[in-house]
Design a protein around this ligand. Sequence first.
Ligand code: 1GP
Length: 223
Amino acid sequence: MAVLIDPEKIDLDNIVPFFDKVQLSIATHIFVGGSTDINSQTENVVIAIKKVTKLPVILFPGDVKQITQKADGILFLSLLSGRNSEYLIEQQIKAAPFLKDATLEILPTGYILIDGQTVTATQKVSNTKPIAQKNTELILNTALAGQFLGKKLIYLEAGSGAKIPVKTNIITLLKDNLSIPLIVGGGIRTKKQLENAFNAGADLVVIGTAFENDATFFDDLKK
Ligand code: 1GP
């Protein structure tokens, strides 16, 4: 499980008790990022997190400005579900000079936005349409195209705060047809939903909003 920390929302004064709970939970990764980071807090937040955990800290950047060498790795995302060249290739070209000599691990990731029954920040900022959950063939073909393009990961994203997470039949369909790991996130706010995603075949499940709203949720997810 990856815990998603949004640099715009985290309360750094509360980081120690928050990470005490993370440490006791089944979390294996920390993702840091958001669709926007208006006050450019990503680097400060990564530095603060590295002080309180040994879990790998992976950037999940909304744009090139969120890149910092202080993290352990970066999801080098391409928004394959969209047709906005800015998020398909332009941001990646802008990021290249910052990553050329970087020590952080670069993880090429095909990012697929799925309709979670609400207009999410990802949709607004990227100005792209999510794929309907019923359009399973398009979702599968998009993920396969990502794999054939050489992506090392596929991220199925219902969007932060999605009303409904990615359905389990989609997770299973992709798991059965892909040979690369599958990340699933967006709208997962109960232990049951988390288990459903894992049982369907997700390799890593990302949760952000549910922990932001109530850190006692970690107590249900102890190691
Ligand atoms: C969003 O997949 C992540 O990019 C997590 O979503 O905030 O809804 O948990 P939530």
